[in-house]
Design a protein around this ligand. Structure first.
Ligand code: IMP
Ligand code: MG
Length: 184
């Protein structure tokens, strides 16, 4: 889906598909540099990380494995609750693995800090974090993003995996949703 397909719902463009590709490449180059001789396990956080995972995985010039985890923290709201619940757990053991958590966005950081603690208790050798987007002004807990696409302003955004009430995930770019969309 293009911005022109949802022109009535988008207030402003935050990232074009071309800019996203640059962020994805930045993330991939960082991962390649850190893991030239091991096969890291990339763990995507469903559903938002699907697009980032697909693009980063294909951009990488090193072997990797992929697994998925689904957690729930938002429901249909636009505000983080801080309550994390495992909806789908991992299939692959983390013991001794170099793990890279792949996130669409780090907002409050609450989901990520919960995941970091959960994964370290499963004996991963190393745990790094890749995120396409980060909202520095929204962070409530201090979490390190090792491979970052972009810092963005503290607006609610949709596209490239990010949803509002499950819609807009298939938008190729990232844009700010018009507030009128929330209230209807
Ligand atoms: P947290 O606040 O860092 O815990 O973010 C948790 C999750 O909320 C992210 O993985 C996203 O799925 C979702 N989220 C946070 N900010 C936005 C946004 O601006 N648009 C859409 N989803 C968001
Ligand atoms: Mg969401």
């Amino acid at each position: 889906m293009e911005f022109s397909d949802v022109a009535d719902d988008i207030e402003s463009v935050v990232l074009t598909p071309e800019q996203i590709a640059e962020g994805v490449a930045r993330i991939a180059r960082g991962i390649e540099k850190d893991f030239p001789h091991s096969t890291p396990l990339l763990i995507g956080v469903l559903k938002g990380a699907v697009m980032v995972m697909a693009d980063v995985a294909r951009e990488l010039h090193i072997p990797i494995e992929i697994d998925w985890m689904a957690v729930s923290s938002y429901g249909q709201s636009t505000q983080s609750s801080g309550v994390v619940r495992i909806v789908k757990d991992l299939d692959i053991s983390l013991e001794g693995r170099d793990v890279i958590i792949v996130e669409d966005i780090v907002d409050s950081g609450l989901t990520l800090s919960w995941l970091l603690e959960n994964f370290s208790s499963r004996q991963a050798a190393t745990i790094k974090v890749a995120a396409l987007l980060r909202k520095p002004d929204a962070m409530k807990v201090d979490v390190t993003v090792d491979y970052l696409g972009f810092d963005i302003a503290n607006d609610f955004v949709v596209g490239f995996g990010l949803d509002y009430a499950e819609s807009y995930r298939n938008l190729r770019g990232v844009g700010v949703l018009k507030p009128s969309v929330y209230s209807t």
